[in-house]
Design a protein around this ligand. Structure first.
Ligand SMILES: NC(=O)c1ccc[n+]([C@@H]2O[C@H](COP(=O)([O-])OP(=O)(O)OC[C@H]3O[C@@H](n4cnc5c(N)ncnc54)[C@H](O)[C@@H]3O)[C@@H](O)[C@H]2O)c1
Ligand SMILES: CCCCC[C@H](O)/C=C/[C@H]1C=CC(=O)[C@@H]1CCCCCCC(=O)O
Length: 273
């Protein structure tokens, strides 16, 4: 039976969660919010060792010993990612929620390979590892994987062509893999979230405002980190596998799956007879 027919709403209490890029920005606020929702354990992966360790200490003091677990991990390094997954599944014996949130952003022409490796390749690798651990087809109890894309996946802003392409790839991958019968077979929901501009370090990165095109294209209005996290939590609880959600403008999460479907119907009309 598909998720929409069951009209379920996931209860996060006692869940074991894993968040990539959890030492700062949206990821850090999400780790804290999952613990507020009574998740049993939240493991978070990041390259920022000092920030990650400090957040772990702070969260365990607030929510109880061992509830938060920082794992230093460059998600673009497959061996490190494999080790992190093994550590989590060996330690907690289950995995219910994974949010692939870590990403990097640079101007076009700078660090293109790193953007592809972190934003796209690592999200793909992490998704397959999560599904392997959760899938009912492997004896698991199902779960949810959220891949964080961007509204730039749906737009053509000439200032951030490579970053936008990595986010479009994340969206296409997640929607395509997550379509039925994926949930029916695995009991895992694969979800895409497209945040709008949000007040974190990535938003303020690289003096992008000095890019020549910024004079001709409107500057983005940013939402709060709290709004972004509220939206992601709502999507984790209610989203059907293969669905896509807009989380922007300090507004509740909006299911934009039909817009995306319409777009791909237009694209594929040139492929199909
Ligand atoms: N802030 C925005 O305006 C905005 C808008 C749309 C989408 N997003 C997306 O939201 C997500 C969260 O971004 P944010 O705004 O919190 O950015 P951020 O830069 O504040 O946080 C990103 C975190 O990811 C970590 N990270 C980067 N590379 C890593 C790697 N190789 N391995 C492990 N951790 C790594 C960073 O150390 C950092 O802690 C990203 O996927 C981003 O693309 C952000
Ligand atoms: C010269 C370039 C100015 C850049 C402004 C800002 O630093 C960038 C914000 C982006 C950061 C991560 C995103 O996904 C953010 C983009 C969110 C998507 C907004 C799409 C809305 C639109 O394209 O109108």
């Amino acid at each position: 039976m598909v998720w929409d027919e069951v009209k379920q709403c996931l209860v996060l209490s006692d869940a074991v969660c894993l968040v990539t890029g959890g030492a700062a920005g949206v990821g850090a606020a999400l780790v804290s919010s999952l613990l507020t929702e009574n998740a049993q354990h939240v493991a978070f992966l990041d390259i920022e060792e000092k920030k990650g360790a400090a957040l772990e200490t702070q969260l365990n003091a607030k929510f109880g010993a061992l509830r938060a677990k920082f794992i230093k991990c460059d998600i673009a390094n497959e061996d490190e990612l494999t080790r992190a997954y093994k550590l989590v599944t060996d330690k907690y014996r289950r995995l219910d929620v994974v949010v692939n949130n870590a990403a990097v952003l640079s101007r076009d022409g700078e660090n293109s390979g790193r953007m592809v490796d972190v934003n796209f390749k690592a999200s793909v690798n992490s998704t397959f590892k999560a599904v392997e651990a959760m899938s009912a087809e492997n004896g698991g109890s199902g779960g949810v994987v959220v891949n964080i894309s961007s509204l730039l996946a749906l737009n053509q802003d000439s200032r951030l062509a490579v970053y936008s392409a990595t986010k479009a790839a994340v969206l296409q991958f997640t929607v395509t893999l997550g379509k039925e019968p994926f949930y029916t077979n695995s009991k895992v929901r694969l979800l895409t979230v497209c945040p709008g501009p949000t007040d974190t370090a990535i938003y303020h990165r690289q003096n992008l405002q000095n890019h020549p095109a910024h004079l001709t294209q409107p500057y983005f209005q940013k939402q709060s980190v709290e709004s972004a996290v509220l939206g992601i939590i709502e999507v984790i609880k209610t989203g059907a596998s293969g669905s896509v959600w807009k989380v922007a403008d300090d507004e509740p999460a909006q299911d934009i799956s039909q817009h995306v479907k319409k777009g791909f119907t237009v694209f594929s009309s040139v492929v199909k007879k």
